[in-house]
Design a protein around this ligand. Structure first.
Ligand code: FES
Ligand code: FES
Length: 157
């Protein structure tokens, strides 16, 4: 299979790479870009561990093929913090003990960002719906919901 040239923006940086067209965005991020914050869980769109933003929409990167991101913008969990300064969502997750083993956390943070970007003051139900595609095996949902709803100043990032 012939490689294709992909030009995309990842966490604000322009990237050009020659890749296999049947590679998933998840594999591209982890194996080609070294962005291992995006987690590999089920690889069939069930767990949400691989969630990233594609043009501001939360998507399962295991279900996206790399040609689909040509010319598009991707945000991964690595793009949330500004240098040493954590994103307000990350601060809030820490403040609320919403991180246990941490495997679901990158996907949760990205789904939460997608929610707060459009709904800065979500209800409990809106929050639960927004993370309904993200499974937490540590059962920390209440802390996660509280952390998202009590995130401050998210508009600054
Ligand atoms: S790894 Fe993509 S949804 Fe589970
Ligand atoms: S914190 Fe362990 S899977 Fe969610």
């Amino acid at each position: 299979m012939k490689n294709v040239l992909i030009k995309t923006t990842i966490n604000g940086k322009q990237v050009e790479l020659d890749v296999r067209p049947n590679m998933t965005l998840l594999d591209f991020l982890r194996d080609e870009m070294g962005l291992t914050g995006t987690k590999r869980g089920c690889e069939v769109g069930e767990c949400g561990a691989c969630t990233v933003l594609l043009n501001g929409q939360a998507v399962n990167s295991c279900l996206i093929l790399v040609p689909q991101i040509d010319g598009q913008e991707i945000l991964t969990v690595e793009g949330l913090a500004q240098g040493e300064k954590l994103h307000p969502l990350q601060e809030s997750f820490l403040d609320h003990d919403a991180v246990h083993c941490g495997f679901c956390t990158p996907g949760m943070l990205i789904s939460a960002k997608a929610l707060l970007d459009h709904t800065p003051d979500p209800s409990e139900e809106e929050t639960r719906v927004a993370i309904s595609g993200n499974l937490c095996r540590c059962s920390g949902y209440q802390q996660i919901v509280d952390a998202i709803r009590e995130t401050k100043h998210v508009g600054e990032s």
